[in-house]
Design a binder for this molecule. Structure first.
Ligand code: ZN
Length: 128
């Protein structure tokens, strides 16, 4: 990967990191907010649950983004963490913070299928 490409990804990832940090901070506020009114409290509980679910997803994504920025500094960005092959440029363009190539991602998705949970890619795409 060229220096120009790397700095392009670095910019994208830093912008994403800043955006996610902001989101996570705001959600933490909702998640701990308490209301003295009982009716409000019911409404609040639902909002809180949603906020916590989103917070989970955004924290995960933030971790991936930070790890990707670290890999840029270490010079291993764009290389699959599992098989150490280059991740395709197309995949990186779509999901710059991905730690895995498409083959390894699909393998891990298959292993996880059946429990009804979202795949990592779905999480990433939904959060993008
Ligand atoms: Zn791989």
């Amino acid at each position: 990967m060229t220096k120009t490409e790397l700095s392009k990804y670095k910019n994208i990832l830093e912008a994403k990191q800043a955006e996610l940090e902001q989101l996570v901070r705001n959600r933490e506020g909702i998640a701990i907010e308490k209301s003295p009114d009982a009716l409000d409290e019911v409404q609040h509980a639902a909002e809180r649950e949603l906020a916590i679910r989103n917070l989970d997803r955004e924290s995960n994504l933030l971790r991936n983004v930070r790890a990707a920025l670290r890999r840029i500094d270490e010079g291993t960005f764009g290389v699959c963490l599992h098989c150490e092959e280059d991740i395709s440029p197309k995949r990186l363009a779509a999901v710059p913070w991905t730690p895995f190539c498409i083959q390894c991602q699909e393998m891990s998705d298959r292993n996880q299928s059946g429990d009804g949970s979202e795949s990592l890619d779905e999480i990433l795409v939904n959060a993008a």
